[in-house]
Write a new protein. Structure first.
Length: 473
């Protein structure tokens, strides 16, 4: 019942918000977001205690990896929900329903045991969020939404071919069509699947879901969509939507490893990850638009996650999973703050932002702290997860790849630091007014990043070990 309630709340909220308006819409939005966050955390805690959570005869299933993603979706959606009323003012019926429908589709994608239905849910995330990307109805947002839906729909069509090939390999070898796309079934039957068909399927799946994850060279939709979407939508897209694409790849990886050997997935993930980091480092060296800068930073960090999974081992996989969470928290805070900066300066150009610390005495220091976290500096959690990933590369014998990843991280670090320095200092034209209470959730997110960098909360190590067992059994 818990999984059903988790999915029912945002869907019911989206339905009610189609008719609600004014203050009533804000209240319904707030209650829906609060209930979603509470249920998401309840699912995560229950899975930690019970190992798995089932509903609808196993069609809905949450294991350690699912619970990790559910918790992240709840936290990031909660952060975005606090800022959402500022953007939905006067257009609640265009914003709130799609906001919660977007959350619903992401939750479905990570809680279903059926890989075919997961594909449907991932496509649903595109259809729900494309209207939010074009929320401002400008020429730039229309172009960004068109590029987003076109490229991601092509990508998801490629992923569909990979899913069909997996289904074909299962049915032709074992003849069980009823649960042929259940992840639990495929994991059990994987050693007997035809390796060549599975290899070809994984190529399609990696290209398709890699498009959704923003991995290069399929990333071209990402900078435009993330820069033109309202800040709460950008926070969810960069913080968790990209991670949904990685989640889908991770669901297929154990099947591919068992059927065709681990070298196949390792090689492809490593090359795509390094390519993504290289593309991002090139664009981050001298960025001009701070929202596009944050978008390319997402390409870099998701590329690092891919590299960590490729390195494998307890440190590589656990580091990649932890990095997904750390990136989600840091990037969602930064995109939400970028919306405040845009409002204060009426521009997304870095050169137009001067004296941020003095102009916005709340958002400025928070932006500074969140950028330090994103740069991977101690004592924030991204430093720990990056060290785990790079350390896994050296200890696993992937020295050249680890060195390459480290060099690309340094290049991106230098570009982001230069851009940050230009924004923080300089002469500030006045002092902006801010909603201080709305910064409380962002401060809480940064505290979580400090905890994952200084002293892991009880249960975190066990959760990462359980997730590693799911991805690399």
């Amino acid at each position: 019942m818990l999984l059903i309630a988790l999915l029912a709340v945002p869907l019911a909220g989206a339905t009610l918000l189609l008719r609600a308006g004014g203050r009533a819409a804000t209240v319904v939005h707030g209650l829906t977001a609060l209930a979603t966050v509470g249920l998401a955390l309840a699912v995560a805690v229950t899975v930690v205690r019970q190992t798995t959570l089932l509903a609808l005869g196993g069609f809905l299933r949450a294991d350690a990896l699912s619970a990790w993603m559910v918790g992240l979706i709840g936290l990031v959606a909660g952060l975005a929900a606090v800022e959402a009323p500022h953007y939905a003012h006067g257009a609640a019926r265009r914003f709130y329903p799609f906001f919660h429908l977007f959350v619903f589709t992401m939750l479905v994608a990570v809680t279903t045991d059926d890989l075919g239905f997961m594909w449907v849910a991932v496509e649903g995330t595109t259809l729900a969020s494309v209207f939010l990307v074009n929320f401002e109805r400008t020429r730039a947002s229309l172009e960004a939404s068109y590029k987003y839906v076109l490229i991601c729909s092509v990508g998801i069509a490629v992923a569909f071919l990979g899913t069909v090939l997996i289904y074909f390999a299962d049915v032709t070898r074992f003849g069980d069509a009823e649960h042929a796309l259940r992840w639990t079934t495929l994991q059990h039957l994987a050693p007997g699947l035809p390796p060549r068909i599975v290899e070809l399927a994984f190529v399609f799946l990696l290209v398709g879901y890699g498009t959704k994850a923003g991995l290069a060279p399929m990333h071209t939709w990402l900078p435009d969509a993330h820069s033109e979407a309202p800040a709460p939508v950008s926070a969810m897209m960069s913080g968790i939507l990209l991670a949904i694409g990685v989640y889908a790849i991770l669901r297929f990886k154990p099947i591919v490893d068992a059927a065709a050997g681990p070298a196949v997935a390792r090689r492809l993930l490593l090359w795509l990850g390094l390519a993504s980091m290289a593309v991002a480092a090139a664009f981050l060296w001298n960025p001009r638009n701070y929202k596009r800068m944050l978008a390319y930073s997402s390409v870099e960090h998701l590329g690092l996650v891919s590299v960590g999974v490729a390195f494998g081992g307890p440190w590589g996989v656990a580091g990649a999973v932890l990095h997904i969470a750390n990136h989600a928290l840091a990037k969602s805070v930064l995109f939400l703050l970028s919306g405040r900066i845009r409002t204060a300066y009426a521009s997304m150009e870095i050169e137009a932002v001067q004296g941020l610390l003095a102009r916005l005495p709340v958002s400025g220091p928070l932006f500074f702290a969140a950028m330090l976290a994103l740069l991977g500096l101690p004592p924030f959690g991204l430093f720990v997860s990056e060290v785990m990933i790079i350390g896994a590369g050296f200890s696993g014998g992937h020295v050249a790849a680890a060195v390459t990843a480290l060099v690309l991280l340094v290049i991106a670090f230098a570009g982001l630091l230069r851009a940050l320095q230009r924004m923080l200092h300089g002469e500030a034209a006045g002092r902006g007014t801010e909603r201080r209470w709305a910064a409380v959730p962002m401060v809480a997110a940064l505290i979580l990043l400090l905890l994952s960098g200084l002293a892991w909360p009880p249960g975190l190590a066990g959760a990462l070990a359980a997730i590693t067992g799911v991805i690399a059994p």
